[in-house]
Design a protein around this ligand. Structure first.
Ligand SMILES: Nc1ncnc2c1ncn2[C@@H]1O[C@H](COP(=O)(O)OP(=O)(O)O)[C@@H](O)[C@H]1O
Ligand SMILES: [Mg+2]
Length: 226
């Protein structure tokens, strides 16, 4: 396999058992993301976009098929190895932000660096704070932040360690248009610096059009946007 591939999903399936029923959310989809490639995923609410991102991040286990991250099959890794690989390689902007309530905004942002015992790149850190305009928020607790402020902190946390794969679940959903544009430009900056790939769920056609490919998730499979 080419070393240029960051993420590969192979015949990925995910179903959920609810009582006697089985809901098929992902029905054997294939996806391959190369370095510097930006992919937008669109699709109706409930079609499985978040499920796909969680599987790509190794936070959920496929019902069948596999996910390979920088050439490693996530199913084959021990729990500590998976945790380590995920922390180092992935930056994930959760749909509901997932900030840690007991940490300040700045501590939340630096969390990936601590987990990875990674040195802070002062220039990169300053650039994130500046672009996201979050300098006045750094000492606040998450409970004292608005939705859009939390989203910007979550974006900084996802980018602080210069991940190989940026997974973003509607990352501009709580932001105004100008801020959303800055966030997309910031993704581009990190992608160029770190040779990362981006997989972004969005309902915003304009944001999607800035990506290299646009895919729709429908009936558990990905297809190019018509
Ligand atoms: N843990 C779970 N148990 C049962 N059903 C689930 C679970 N997680 C997700 N689902 C279902 O899977 C479908 C896809 O959910 P999701 O991936 O969150 O959709 P999207 O992000 O596209 O809105 C939904 O019908 C949802 O109810
Ligand atoms: Mg979702």
């Amino acid at each position: 396999m080419s070393s240029d591939i960051v993420l590969e999903a192979i015949r990925l399936e995910r179903y959920f058992r609810v009582g006697r029923e089985t809901i098929t959310v992902l029905a054997g989809l294939d996806l391959s993301l190369a370095r510097r490639q930006r992919t937008a995923i669109m699709g109706a609410s409930g079609c499985g976009k978040t499920t796909l991102l969680h599987l790509a991040a190794g936070m959920d286990t496929p019902s069948a098929g596999s996910v390979r991250l920088v050439g490693q099959d996530l199913n084959q890794l021990s729990e500590p190895d998976l945790t380590h690989l995920r922390a180092r390689r992935i930056g994930l902007v959760f749909q509901d932000f997932n900030l840690i309530d007991s940490l300040t905004a700045a501590e939340n942002i630096r969390l990936p660096l601590w987990l990875n015992r990674q040195r802070e790149d002062a220039e990169h850190f300053a650039s994130l704070i500046d672009t996201l305009a979050i300098s006045p928020l750094l000492d606040r607790m998450p409970s004292a932040l608005s939705g859009g402020e939390k989203q910007r902190i979550a974006i900084a946390r996802a980018l602080v360690h210069q991940p190989d794969l940026i997974l973003a679940d509607e990352p501009t959903g709580s932001l105004d248009e100008a801020t959303a544009e800055r966030v997309l430009a910031l993704f581009d900056q990190v992608i160029t610096q770190s040779q990362s790939a981006l997989l972004m769920v969005t309902h915003n056609r304009e944001a999607a059009s800035l990506c290299d490919q646009q895919l729709t998730l429908r009936n558990g499979l990905l297809q190019p946007v018509a």
